[in-house]
Design a binder for this molecule. Structure first.
Ligand code: NAD
Length: 286
């Protein structure tokens, strides 16, 4: 099976945590991996080459093929340099895991514009920049595989993570449209919401973390990047030995032939919010 053999895959934020697991597994399966990492702290401050270099060293030591890149995905120039590294070193780009991420938690009442901006720039703008820089190559070669790192925080919400949740569900919105636009070029775009013990989740309860080794997430990402996986636009929660698809469902529409009064909306509120006959949702204007 071709899988990811000889495919050039960019993994952003691959200097530690989940990205490192993705990069190692992909390389072990025969991919040529661009190990991108800014080498920042958990909050996005600082930078360095050691994190990406160390993962490239691990991959090469096990006989795999990898190259390091230290640019920030948060800017168009940085993302262009990530894709340029893939092209210069391996001559192509076939896949991207938009995995780089930071945290700046705080209740919404205390959310500063700086912390909002920093998180949205790395997660959402980062995925936009890197995917956009590779998109033309995907279209020209008629092939591309993209995985977005979303989060249960984006899907369901978590206290203190308004910036992070907005960015993470933004990635699902980006995925939905790219899945449509990519279809005719064999470009698939899917999203994984991982659950894993990394420095990002270091403050979670220890008994929870011990059941969440990041290695559990990597095979699903590996499958989504493979030639055999032609599904697109899917969201999967993955971690601790479970893989679960998540999808938006829509309740039965309540019809109002005439413009209703507020009172008529109130009267039907239980029916409007009833999800017992819900079915997979679809864009009525798409
Ligand atoms: P992590 O902190 O170990 O990994 C994130 C990596 O991204 C770090 O190595 C960091 O240096 C790098 N990075 C940060 N800013 C960057 C930038 N501008 N350009 C390039 N690299 C940058 O955390 P992780 O848990 O491995 O997270 C990986 C991804 O998975 C993130 O997108 C995170 O939001 C997502 N995620 C993780 C969990 C979990 O349970 N660990 C849950 C949901 C989502």
């Amino acid at each position: 099976m071709p899988g990811v053999v000889d495919r050039v895959v960019i993994v952003t934020g691959a200097g530690g945590g989940l990205g490192r697991e993705y990069a190692r597994l992909l390389a072990a399966e025969g991919a040529l991996v661009v190990v991108n990492d800014l080498g920042s702290n958990r909050d996005g401050t600082g930078s360095g080459t050691a994190m990406a270099d160390s993962v490239v060293g691990e991959i090469r030591a096990m006989g795999g093929r990898a190259v390091a890149n230290y640019d920030s995905v948060a800017t168009a120039a940085g993302a262009a340099a990530v894709v340029a590294t893939a092209l210069a070193e391996f001559g192509a780009v076939h896949g991207i895991v938009n995995n780089a991420g930071i945290l700046r938690d705080g209740s919404f009442a205390k959310m500063t514009e700086e912390n909002w901006d920093a998180v949205v720039r790395v997660h959402l703008f980062g995925a936009y920049h890197v995917t956009h820089a590779a998109w033309g190559h995907f279209r020209e070669q008629g092939y591309g595989r993209v995985v977005m790192a979303t989060s249960t925080t984006g899907l369901y919400g978590t206290f203190g993570q308004a910036n992070y949740g907005a960015a993470k569900l933004g990635l699902v919105g980006l995925m939905n449209t790219l899945a449509i636009e990519g279809r005719e070029y064999d470009i698939t775009v899917n999203a994984v919401a991982p659950l894993a013990a990394t420095r990002m989740t270091a403050e979670a309860p220890a008994d929870l973390l011990q059941n969440l080794p990041p290695a559990h997430v990597a095979p699903v990402v590996g499958f989504l990047l493979s030639e055999e996986c032609e599904d697109t636009g899917m969201v999967l929660i993955v971690g601790g030995g479970t893989v679960q698809r998540v999808q938006l469902f829509a309740g039965k529409p309540v019809l109002y032939p005439e413009v209703p009064t507020i009172e008529e909306v109130r009267e039907n509120w239980n029916r409007i919010t009833d999800m017992s006959d819900a079915e997979p949702g679809a864009n009525p204007v798409g």
